[in-house]
Design a protein around this ligand. Structure first.
Ligand code: FES
Length: 156
């Protein structure tokens, strides 16, 4: 015949059991979330205005002041959208043709500049000074409603 378990010992055992159950339940929940979250992100894409690998919404109208530039994401590479002092949009690859640094617009010089090795490009993307060996790729820019759409030129 077994002895009855003291009440206090029984309560400690129950609270340990609840704690272990809570831990296991949380782990299961975390496992399910880590499995379903990527699936949901795949099925419901973010509201990013990525219209395909060759077209992207680079900015909204009015976002850039004249004589300024903005880096935008173009697929897995950066792009540079420029609103010239004359009010014309230009879009270029923002990847320097020398060693792949990200270039930026210099409003004081009205040129594109690579800070890594002091390379310069004009507003058409032509390499004009410093080590860059080739021009930057240039893209087509269209204003559609409130959006500034940038499109990669297709090779024919
Ligand atoms: S990486 Fe741009 S000048 Fe060298």
């Amino acid at each position: 015949m077994s002895e009855p378990v003291p009440l206090q010992r029984n309560e400690t055992r129950n609270s340990r059991r609840r704690f272990v159950e809570w831990l296991l339940g949380g782990g299961l929940l975390a496992s399910l979330a880590s499995f379903f979250y990527p699936v949901l992100r795949y099925l419901i894409p973010p509201e990013r205005a990525d219209l395909g690998s060759d077209t992207v919404v680079a900015a909204k109208v009015g976002e850039l002041k004249p004589n300024s530039g903005k880096i935008f994401r173009f697929g897995n590479r950066p792009g540079l959208l420029i609103l010239t002092a004359e009010g014309e949009y230009r879009a270029l690859s923002a990847t320097c043709t020398h060693l792949d640094c990200t270039v930026q617009y210099r409003s004081d010089l009205h040129q594109v500049w690579c800070a890594c090795h002091n390379g310069f490009y004009d507003l058409n993307g032509r390499n004009i000074a410093g080590p860059p060996p080739r021009p930057l790729d240039s893209y087509r820019v269209q204003v559609r409603g409130e959006e500034i759409i940038v499109t990669r030129h297709r090779e024919v």
